[in-house]
Design a protein around this ligand. Structure first.
Ligand SMILES: Cc1ncc(COP(=O)(O)O)c(C=O)c1O
Length: 435
């Protein structure tokens, strides 16, 4: 049977087949069926071109099909594609672990285990923290997103659509407020809420781990202030708790540092990385302090596909590209350029409707509100702009508790001309959506 593209294929025809063959629960609202992609652009099956302002949700920091990634994949697949690291080992896994150990924040020696998805890295981090400390409790934060497995769904701090009806969820997980200056949630409030949690919900000596995104992704690109992360570090040190950084969206160079925790100078005990680690191949890493990682007995961790050699080869190419093309610096330049344009809209045509523009390196979000009021999120406006942008050929997505934010995670390799074109089309889309 020929599975090649039929020259009469349309987005609508593929959507009809999708609706027959796939469950409604899988997100696929855009209706764009992709035929090919290159750097920060892709084309659908009808030949329409899109500027990619979301990079597969933060997966494509080095763009679609970077030639060095493609060459590394081809070289590896010509040698071998899979052995299972537990059966026969290979150098690209070891080399990637060595490099990630050197890149993770802080001076303590690190060791790395590789898995397949972000959720799997988080699952393992929490599982190991429980084993290492012999304690059950985990503190996560409101607004967090950690994945869709049962444990990571439980850790996620947004109920609809992620949690509702999927219970009973995993026990001994508690949520505390996350600092959010725009909505008036101060670091001081968060610290006293944590103390309250220890008084009312779980004693601190029963807590194994605190898991935190240094910049919340799905939550709306909220950065945690340095003093908050410092407080978490002190709290963990004082009470024998493991501090887990979920850097799945914020890591791998997205914020202008290899890991966003570096902005704070705080060293977490474990770091979860995924998304842009391997330019689109499924791979995740759990990078932890060596003495902690070695507390899990042989056979206590592993995965059939985890650390697949083709994905490792792609990840090594990604790290080379970051160095060769100065992508950390580029993250700041791109982020500042987009944020400047969105702030101009905020001061002009979108006055009172763009409540807040947030930017950390190449993570940029704008929060839509009604009448300039932070407590009146406007998910409808965000959705309208998203649709107008898609029609004009720019793809980005929403975030935030009410899907009231638009977020941009464009490839850091985007050429200036494409970036400027995308910015202009976004401006036009905003004006059209404001009607
Ligand atoms: C911060 C964060 N953690 C975890 C995950 C889950 O990663 P995955 O979808 O690869 O399981 C995501 C995915 O969006 C994420 O943004």
């Amino acid at each position: 049977m020929d599975h090649g593209k039929n020259e009469f294929t349309t987005n609508a025809a593929l959507k009809a087949r999708r609706d027959d063959a796939l469950p409604v629960g899988l997100p696929s609202k855009s209706g764009i069926y992709v035929e090919r992609a290159e750097n920060a652009e892709f084309w659908d099956v009808e030949g329409k071109r899109y500027i990619d302002f979301i990079g597969g949700i933060g997966v494509l920091n080095v763009g679609h099909r970077h030639p060095k990634v493609v060459a590394a994949i081809k070289k590896q697949e010509d040698a071998f594609i899979h052995t299972c690291f537990g059966i026969a080992q290979y150098e690209v896994y070891v080399e990637l672990a060595e490099r990630l150990n050197g890149l993770a924040p802080g001076p303590t020696n690190k060791k790395t285990a590789l898995f397949n998805s972000g959720a799997e890295a988080v699952e393992n981090a929490v599982k190991f923290a429980r084993r290492i400390t012999g304690r059950p409790g985990v503190i996560a934060f409101e607004g967090a997103f950690h994945g869709r497995t049962l444990l990571t769904t439980t850790l996620t701090g947004k109920s609809k659509p992620y949690k509702v009806g999927f219970g009973p969820l995993v026990p001994a997980i508690f949520h505390a407020p996350y600092p959010d200056a725009y909505h008036g949630v101060s670091v001081r409030t968060c610290i006293s809420s944590l103390e309250h949690t220890f008084k009312t919900a779980i004693p601190v000596e029963e807590v194994a781990a605190i898991i935190v995104e240094p910049v919340q992704g799905e939550g709306g690109f909220n950065p945690a202030p340095k003093e908050f992360l410092q407080h978490l570090r002190d709290l963990c040190d004082k009470n024998g708790i493991i501090l887990i950084a979920d850097e799945i969206q914020s890591g791998m160079g997205r914020t202008g540092k290899m890991f966003a925790f570096e902005h704070s100078g705080v060293e977490p005990d474990m770091v979860c990385a995924a998304k842009s680690i391997a330019a689109g191949l499924p791979l995740s890493a759990l990078i932890g302090k060596a003495d902690l990682m070695d507390k899990i007995a042989p056979g206590g961790m592993g995965s059939t596909y985890g650390g697949n050699p083709v994905a490792c080869a792609a990840a090594l190419a990604v790290l080379d590209i970051f160095e060769e093309e100065n992508l950390l610096q580029r993250a700041d330049i791109i982020g500042e350029r987009i944020a400047a344009s969105w702030r101009q809209l905020q001061a002009g045509p979108a006055k009172g409707r763009f409540g807040d523009v947030r930017q950390v390196g190449g993570m940029i979000a704008v929060e839509c509100v009604k009448d300039g009021d932070a407590s009146r999120p406007d998910g409808e406006l965000a959705a309208k702009i998203q649709i107008e942008a898609r029609e004009r050929g720019v793809v980005l997505t929403t975030a935030g508790a009410y899907a009231q934010c638009l977020r941009c995670l464009t490839p850091l390799t985007i050429p200036d001309s494409v970036l400027e074109e995308g910015i202009k089309l976004f401006e036009e889309s905003t004006i059209a959506a404001l009607g």
